[in-house]
Design a protein around this ligand. Sequence first.
Ligand code: M6R
Length: 612
Amino acid sequence: MCGIVGYIGFREAWPLVIKGLKRLEYRGYDSAGIALIGDSGLNIYKKAGKVSELENFSVGKNLSGTIGIGHTRWATHGAPSDRNSHPHTSNSGTLSIIHNGIIENYATLKEELLKRGHFFNSDTDTEVLIHLIEEIYKNDDVDLLEAVRLALNEVTGAYAIVVMDQNQPDQLIAARKGSPMVIGVGEDEYFIASDATPIVEYTKNVIYLNDNEIAFVKRDELLIKRLDNVVQTPYIQELEIQLELLEKGGFDHFMLKEIYEQPRSIRDCMRGRIYPNEGFVQLGGIKEYAEKLKNIDRIIIVACGTSWHAGLVGEYLIEEYARIPVEVEYASEFRYRNPIITEKDVVIAISQSGETADTMAAIEMAKEKGATIFGVCNVVGSSIPRLTHAGVYTHAGPEIGVASTKAFTAQVTVLTLIAFYMAQQKGTITKAKMVELLTELDLIPEKIQRALESNDLIKEIAAKFKDSRNCLFLGRGSGFPVALEGALKLKEISYIHAEGYPAAEMKHGPIALIDEEMPVVVIATKNSSYEKVISNIQEVKARKGIVLAIVTEGDTEVKKMADYVIEIPDASEAFLPLLATIPLQLLSYHIAVLRDCNVDQPRNLAKSVTVE
Ligand code: M6R
């Protein structure tokens, strides 16, 4: 969590850093700050609240300077407040730092520094680090780069940091371990950020800093070393991000825009990968492992949150078509067990951001035990694709809304392709069946477009549900992960308590919650469990629950029982999650808007969870 931006060059740093922080606000938005060095020396402005509050607070102040660092925070150590906001400064006040991550041994370091007379102004681990850097800088007779390098060799934990020295306004020092960092390469200017979005409008040339690397950045010079002092050759890559995807494009919120982008994002995700006429799937990212896939014993899917829900859909599809046993694990639980993993296992790590700390730790553990690791990630160049042996990008484009929408459906699409690809390799599916499935999959973007047409109806239904205190989501088969995802969306952006449950499990407990005030959203499309779901709806109605059913176009049975229905186009069971998710995303969105919630930046959350 936390977003960091640094700039050194010939432009005014303030507007550039502010704009960059706004792009990174999805990473954390409880406080923000910027440090600049201009003609009048070092100026630091910090404020609890969003970047816009920092902007308002700074009106009329001296904002000049062509070197600066900025931070948008998601609090870990110390409550969100002005004093805990970054940048933090050293004991003498001349060094300033921004930091994303956690310094785990900060308490021991702080104790030592206190004994040496240091005085701290915040409750953060970050302030301890900049004091440590200054202590080494002053006592060891080394330059700042070396002082940062030596200090980082003393800390444990995760970080992406940028350090600026008031007395040397021609340099920035940046380093990373476990938290992302990108360096944009311009003409006589460099940009540093947590991801490429603050950089893309100035340069397409970027360097993704690797773990344990430290960069010495001047206006016309860049030196990258490892923490063990070995100089590295920077690898410059070209960015492919389209600028318009970073703007709201006429929509009120990024979330709504991203919901509406799904016909396109799913099409992008399938492009060049499916050949419906030939009944063939091609996945370049994992083709090196095509032979291995014929003989694997098991697949373990690790992920968190929405990505974990996509994993559950993947389990259903891979077992159905490729006949390989699948286990779906919360990365945060998996990493702290002692799971049995062998060289014949394939672990699929799913992550939109490619930076989730728990998922990364689960990958490291499975890798040590000899498993082959595939990544299913959205952010190109993020940490997980670089940690894994192979993988398939989802190509959904930047997802800015904290609540995941288009990334989820793209993950499900990739997992569908992986299931079909594995089935193709293992020979567990006929060519004719493959032609049939891929032909239908190819039409899913159009069907999603049709599902989006229910938006006005969903808005009306949202008005009826907006004051609910609880909500139950029920589904069977691959409708169960859809129910889980629907409940997560509702709770995270509208703060209504919601639970997703397998429809048949309701009678084992949650049925006790049902009364005339309880909305129950049921995935009741025409598939193999249709009749059973109808019985579950009867059970809810018998207890006076309010039923909102997601049904297949033209349904008449469920309509007789449910209080509200939303139709989605007919599709095979394999593709149900891609369609049934759409109305649930819109429902949460409209409820949250009606409740006046901050849809794109819900309280307490951050998009990229880079801490445990
Ligand atoms: O970037 P990741 O996919 O690894 O993130 C995992 C979860 O943090 C994420 O899906 C989270 O649950 C979202 N807020 C859901 O909308």
